[in-house]
Design a protein around this ligand. Structure first.
Ligand code: PRP
Ligand code: ZN
Ligand code: MG
Length: 225
């Protein structure tokens, strides 16, 4: 559906995945002129445009065919898919590869001073998160009756600010939890970055270009093992 004949790839503009995404494109031989403030970077040696956007926007851009490919955390993808399915919208993408960066887990956490807690403790509590759909599925699965407070950022300060009793957020190194006096509980989802493709892509020249890039991607992954 993308109106350009250049392959459009969505990556995170700034955040945990941006550096690795840029490095990956470079290893795939895609030469880019990445100027700091530009939304779109045109490749100088392949018919490829790279869009730099908020990670949360990437699944939707690929599902709707605005971009042909996207690199995004599985956590963000799963949340977006669950939300779309709930609204009966198209949530289909082809997952082309799991990438070997962006490892993190979505985990529950609560103020350290409360000490170790089990699942029952969450009944009647408020949990702040950026991943309401994934959290609600977990709560349902585990039979926990807690309310979900949606925050798009600074989730880790919610307990201290009195906005929630606990949080459900991404943990990578654990530094954020530590700095905010939070204790880590159950992991709800393990995640890493993945490469997704618009499921309705039929443009032959774009598909041929993807076919050319995929073996290179395998090569890059093997070289790191
Ligand atoms: C996540 C999470 C924490 C941080 C945890 O944010 O919300 O802020 O990473 O990492 P740590 O355990 O290494 O301290 P992310 O980088 O995904 O950015 P975003 O919340 O702005 O999307
Ligand atoms: Zn984000
Ligand atoms: Mg964050």
């Amino acid at each position: 559906m993308s109106n350009s004949n250049r392959l459009r790839i969505a990556i995170q503009k700034s955040g945990r995945l941006s550096k690795d995404c840029q490095a990956l494109l470079k290893q795939l031989g895609v030469k880019l002129n990445l100027r700091e403030q530009r939304l779109i970077a045109h490749s100088t040696n392949m018919p490829i445009d790279v869009l730099r956007v908020r990670d949360d926007d990437i699944p939707g851009l690929v599902m709707d065919g605005v971009c042909d490919l996207g690199i995004v955390g599985e956590n963000v993808l799963e949340e977006a898919q669950a939300e779309r399915l709930r609204n009966e919208q198209c949530a289909e993408v082809n997952k082309l590869a799991k990438l070997d960066f962006g490892f993190c887990r979505l985990a529950l956490a609560w103020p350290q001073e409360l000490g170790q807690q089990d699942k029952d403790w969450f009944n009647g509590k408020r949990i702040a998160t950026t991943y309401p759909e994934i959290l609600k599925q977990y709560l349902k699965r585990e039979n926990i009756d807690a309310s979900v407070v949606m925050l798009t950022g600074s989730v880790e300060v919610a307990p201290r600010a009195g906005l929630a009793d606990a949080i459900c957020d991404l943990v990578s190194t654990g530094a954020t939890l530590e700095a905010n006096g939070l204790m880590q509980g159950d992991t709800i989802l393990e995640s890493n970055a993945c490469l997704i493709q618009n499921a309705a892509l039929t443009d032959q020249s774009k598909l041929a270009l993807i076919d050319k890039l995929m073996p290179r991607l395998k090569g890059v992954k093997q070289a790191k093992e």
